[in-house]
Design a binder for this molecule. Structure first.
Ligand code: PMP
Length: 363
């Protein structure tokens, strides 16, 4: 018998990330509203740039991501040397955990915080800790109370996924001010471009002023490039330095770098997508409420609907049977809720109609 080769302690206790809905039979034809993708797709300019990169596939990509970082910096008004790119913001989250948290350290996140914080913390050998929320919103006081001398990272998504709720810039600033000095605060702005609340800042202001705050962003949502895996962070120099030491040398492909650059420069496409999202999100929230499924106020491109005890499985199956894939969020300890990505007009009208029918038939 050969020796049993075991992974690092704790790895086998990690529950893998759920969300591979593309594996659902017929998913090519299904209306997929389970992963908060952009129903309008990427900017046509990004698609053209992606295709044009086909003549350089034999050559390694630019490992320093120079042109993409320059484009992000220009559009967002940031310094390119303080930007780092990852294979999705998932990779940035994972690199942060690897670099800053190990065995004995704690990684703090909110009760219904994005699932990768926990997975990446465990993968780094650290201990994930969750702070309670108040009314399904990030509660800064609870986060502060949950901090210990072992807290190394604090992840806050704003707006949060799966709740869609937003906390104000003043609250986030208070968290930055009062958290322990040795904990790095990571503000996850995956849905930042959808936010309409006046005065909103995804974290760039704080990350510029402080050396203990990082902002992460993604091309998977508003830019419609989820398949290409492009994320980035704006961080203090010392964090960029640390992450660059552990980053895979060619972690973004040439087609991704090219498409990302074209996408971020197409501000008109971004605004069109954000506008349509706002209109149809608010329209759909009203219809769902009328069907007895009230939604939390969302600043993202998705709604968290309260479907009720014991009805989630039936509703999920009802929609799936009619070609619409929703996201159950029981894994986020929300067994009475379902998360619905705001699709295009056709998808929203279909969801509203199916929700009303489900509510009538499921008495
Ligand atoms: N953060 C949040 C809050 C998210 O919802 C997601 C996507 N589900 C991510 C990060 C990761 O996105 P990506 O890796 O595609 O950039």
């Amino acid at each position: 018998p050969h020796p049993v080769i075991k992974p690092q302690p704790g790895i086998l206790s990690i529950a893998p990330y759920v969300g591979g809905e593309s594996a659902v039979p017929g998913a090519n034809r299904a209306i997929k509203l389970s992963s908060n993708e952009n129903p309008y797709g990427p900017s046509p300019r990004a698609v053209a740039a992606y295709a044009a990169a086909a003549d350089r596939l034999a050559i390694y990509p630019d490992g320093g991501h120079a042109r993409l970082r320059a484009a992000i910096a220009e559009v967002e008004g940031l310094e390119p040397e303080r930007i780092i790119c990852g294979a999705g913001s998932d990779e940035i989250i994972s690199m942060l955990c690897q670099a800053y948290a190990g065995p004995g350290d704690e990684v703090l996140h909110t009760e219904h915080g994005f699932g990768m914080y926990r997975i990446s913390a465990l993968a780094a050998g650290a201990t994930p800790v969750e702070a309670p929320e108040k009314d399904m919103r990030t509660d800064v006081d609870a986060l502060l109370a949950a901090c210990t001398e072992r807290t190394r990272l604090i992840f806050v998504a704003n707006p949060n996924n799966p709740t869609g709720t937003l906390v104000g810039a003043d609250e986030i600033a208070r968290l930055a001010r009062l958290k322990p000095a040795r904990a790095l605060l990571v503000l996850d702005g995956a849905y930042a471009e959808y936010v309409r609340a006046p005065g909103y800042d995804a974290g760039a202001r704080l990350a510029r002023m402080r050396d203990d705050v990082v902002m992460t962003r993604t091309f998977s949502k508003i830019h419609g490039l989820a398949a290409l895996r492009i994320g980035w962070a704006y961080a203090p120099d010392h964090v960029i330095d640390a992450l660059d030491r552990i980053r895979g040398p060619f972690n973004l492909s040439t087609p991704a770098l090219e498409a990302g650059e074209a996408a971020i420069r197409d501000l008109e496409w971004r605004e069109t997508c954000a506008l349509r999202n706002e209109v149809w999100r608010d329209w759909l929230a009203k219809r769902l409420a009328a069907a007895g499924m009230p939604c939390l106020p969302s600043e993202g491109n998705f709604l968290l609907a309260h479907v009720g005890a014991g009805r989630v499985e039936r509703m999920d199956a009802f929609f799936k049977a009619r070609g619409v894939i929703l996201r159950k969020v029981a894994g986020y300890k929300l067994p009475e809720h379902i998360r619905i990505t705001v699709g295009d007009e056709e998808a929203c009208r279909l969801v509203a109609e199916l929700a009303a029918r489900f509510a009538r038939e499921d008495q």
